[in-house]
Design a protein around this ligand. Structure first.
Ligand SMILES: C[S@@+](CC[C@H](N)C(=O)[O-])C[C@H]1O[C@@H](n2cnc3c(N)ncnc32)[C@H](O)[C@@H]1O
Ligand code: SF4
Length: 365
């Protein structure tokens, strides 16, 4: 998937959750639901201001959180309606399986959404409990039926491996249950210990590297057999169902971000908004920018970051992105495809170690 000069992403952040998962470090709140109406109104005002200032047509929109499905569908669609879309734009909403109904999916579909991402995480009750998730795994099948019933042909299922108490058989069950649902796209993330989360302070619940590597091989084998191609370390898709919005991030495309804690990027300048919904509303309503801080990437940092991001994808990096000694040291982790070096599965399991050996090819300097 290639970016064009017209590619432009938009991220909308919905910072409300029913309950906080103890591994999650995203900006989301369980005690601010009373702000929903004013928050969405501020987002609309913020978007209108950006459109008036010349925001390009969006080629992809990602509505994430938090839990977007916690806010009324028609109000969320009104926010989406403020964004001028390019023809064939990809528009995704992150959904909690328990919240999905036929009526909600129909409103999303009519509001311009053409892709949903469902946070399944696991289909094994004790693993969901260990992750602190509240949904009933039986609802996942219903959710997928509702998504298909509303006419969505593209959707993603998110799963996580490495929760305390999750056996290899538990993980096989989750993976097999997903294969039966025949999704066009799956993201499987290793549980990550994020700083300042309850999980961070409980080392006995931290995931084990070897266990996570075994689980990665299980998921990769199962999806490969069912026609899902690994196109980024944690993402598998059928042909034509790769996520355009993620590709935009991986190719350092430009995007705007609306809502608290939303990030944005334009040509090497990155910025992000204030973290709380209260502050976001206050600033937007006062006519001020909700931007909290920014950074400018110099050319060299940008070029190195481009390689680090591409290395994780099936596109790989130019052949001269590693020194010959490093290449020898990493035998078996990279394979040549045309004029690119692409991670093998062994390499995908060691991606961070491979990545630190990247160097900017002479051709890019
Ligand atoms: C931030 S959530 C937003 C969507 C929705 N609230 C949900 O949980 O499905 C997006 C994805 O990030 C995953 N995630 C959040 N924190 C994570 C962590 N520490 N390690 C791995 N995945 C994580 C979630 O489980 C979810 O699949
Ligand atoms: S993982 Fe999702 S549901 Fe859990 S706290 Fe984070 S945003 Fe909310």
């Amino acid at each position: 998937m290639q970016l064009s000069a017209q590619s432009h992403g938009v991220y909308l952040h919905i910072p409300f959750c029913a309950k906080r998962c103890d591994y999650c470090a995203f900006a989301t709140f369980t005690d601010r639901h009373h702000l929903t109406g004013s928050y969405l109104a501020s987002m609309r005002a913020d978007i209108r201001r950006a459109v008036d200032a010349g925001m390009p047509l969006a080629t992809s929109v990602f509505i994430g959180g938090g839990t977007p499905t916690m806010v009324p569908a028609h109000e969320l669609m009104a926010v989406l309606g403020e964004i001028p879309l390019a023809p064939h734009a990809e528009v995704t909403v992150e959904c909690n399986p328990d919240d999905i109904t036929d009526a909600m999916m129909s409103k999303y579909r009519h509001g311009g959404v053409n892709r949903v991402s469902i946070g399944v995480q696991s289909t094994v009750p004790h693993v969901l409990a260990s992750l602190g998730r509240t949904h009933n795994p039986d609802n996942v099948q219903y959710a997928v039926e509702a998504v298909r019933g509303a006419g969505f042909t593209s959707f993603n299922l998110d799963i996580i491996y490495g929760a305390a108490g999750e056996t290899l058989d538990d993980w096989r069950k989750t993976v097999n249950d997903l294969v039966v649902l025949d999704p066009p796209h799956v993201s499987a993330y290793g549980l990550t210990v994020e700083a300042n989360t309850p999980l961070a302070s409980q080392p006995h619940r931290h995931p084990d590297d070897d266990d996570q590597a075994d689980k990665y091989e299980i998921v990769d084998d199962a999806f490969a057999k069912s026609g899902l191609v690994n196109y980024e370390i944690s993402n598998w898709a059928k042909d034509g169902h790769e996520c355009a919005h993620n590709y935009l991030y991986w190719q350092q495309g430009n995007y705007d971000g609306f809502g608290c804690a939303a990030h944005a990027h334009k040509d090497g300048r990155r910025w992000w908004n204030v973290r709380t919904p209260d502050r976001y509303i206050e600033l937007v309503n006062a006519g001020d920018s909700p931007e909290s801080a920014s950074e400018n990437l110099d050319d060299e940092t940008r070029a190195l970051e481009a390689l680090q991001l591409l290395l994780r994808t099936k596109d790989g990096v130019p052949i001269d992105s590693f020194g010959s000694e490093d290449l020898e040291f990493m035998t078996g982790m990279l394979e040549t495809r045309g004029d690119r070096l692409v991670l093998t599965r062994a390499g995908r399991l060691m991606a961070n170690e491979v990545s630190i050996r990247l160097r900017i090819p002479v051709t890019n300097k």
